[in-house]
Design a protein. Structure first.
Length: 318
């Protein structure tokens, strides 16, 4: 083998198909690491742009088709006061929270097991949150925070809560578990390996704490407060920003493409991006909800009167 240095402009005048450093393996045409001809185009109106010997029509970068849905009703036996549902890839199961925790096979919809939550009262359940840092499922209720292992579908720890909880959030950068309270000006934080009833950190705020959202770009947690303040807590458990917002609603949402945090106040929907507050053209009502569509890069806003479609970051589509 002979190696030689050809200079910094080697190959700049040759056809790029002849000098590509990549080699395609296991594909005969149409799918490789170069842009050389022939380029495979859709073979039908519903076809994909990959080699049909290797891929089906569903593999397409330029074509799409509308999904069709059918509705089936399931009777969740031996569980009442259902309030939350969550799918976990790690166990390929659906978890349904009520007075107990039902575990359903995501493929067959068969009931796998029903997890008893010791000490829980009727209607006490609040929400589910999966911690990707330690792979535990956290179950928030009015009196307890249950830690469930989704691999063995069993409660492994019970954390006593001394105040009335509102919501739970996880900082995915370090596994910290946050809990806010309806009757306390505080945010309790448990580290991913702390399963005791003593929080790893308690942050004192100016009023009762409400809903939270995690900004994955900043690794910060945003918290709404009862006194119309929105605070931002970094992954070092320090309040790094505080926003005074007139008529702040409890609900708060995160939009991942622009890394914006959305909230409602007395005048409408707004967002915070890089510390800057931006106003949208969407109004507010007594009921507000928001969901982000990853396919269309739009935000659907549901109010009491109507549904709006907002194209990121603030252009009203309909």
């Amino acid at each position: 083998m002979v190696l030689s240095y050809q200079g910094p402009f080697w190959g700049t005048t040759d056809p790029f198909c002849d000098v590509s450093p990549y080699t395609s393996v296991a594909f005969n045409t149409g799918f490789g690491a170069t842009g050389c001809l022939p380029i495979i185009t859709p073979t039908a109106s519903f076809g994909g742009n990959f080699d049909l010997q290797e891929f089906t029509y569903s593999f397409s970068l330029t074509n799409l088709s509308l999904n069709e849905y059918s509705v089936t009703n399931y009777n969740i036996t031996n569980n009442t006061n259902l309030i939350d549902i969550l799918y976990l890839q790690i166990s390929e199961s659906i978890y349904v929270l009520g007075d107990k925790l039902s575990v359903i096979n995501a493929e067959t919809t068969a009931l796998i097991t029903t997890i008893i939550l010791p000490g829980i009262g009727l209607g006490d359940s609040i929400s589910l949150k999966f911690n990707t840092f330690n792979n535990y499922l956290y179950v928030l209720t009015n009196s307890y925070l249950y830690v469930v292992d989704p691999i063995i579908n069993s409660v492994v720890n019970i954390i006593n809560l001394t105040n009335q909880p509102n919501s739970i959030e996880v900082n995915e950068s370090n596994g910290d578990v946050y809990v806010t309270y309806n009757n306390s000006n505080s945010v309790d934080i448990w580290s991913y390996n702390n399963f005791t009833s003593t929080p790893s950190e308690t942050i004192i705020t100016t009023d009762n704490t409400k809903k939270m959202v995690y900004n994955e770009d900043e690794n910060d947690i945003y918290v709404t407060q009862e006194d119309d303040y929105l605070i931002r807590i970094n992954d070092s458990r320090i309040i790094v920003a505080s926003y005074s917002i007139s008529g702040l609603y409890d609900e708060i949402f995160y939009e991942p493409i622009n890394s914006s945090v959305y909230y409602f106040d007395s005048t409408g929907l707004k967002n915070i991006n890089n510390g800057v507050i931006n106003t949208t053209s969407v109004g507010t009502s007594s009921f507000n909800s928001l969901i982000y569509n990853h396919i269309s890069d739009t935000i659907f806003v549901r109010s009491e009167e109507h549904t709006s479609e907002l194209q990121s970051p603030d252009h009203l589509v309909c």
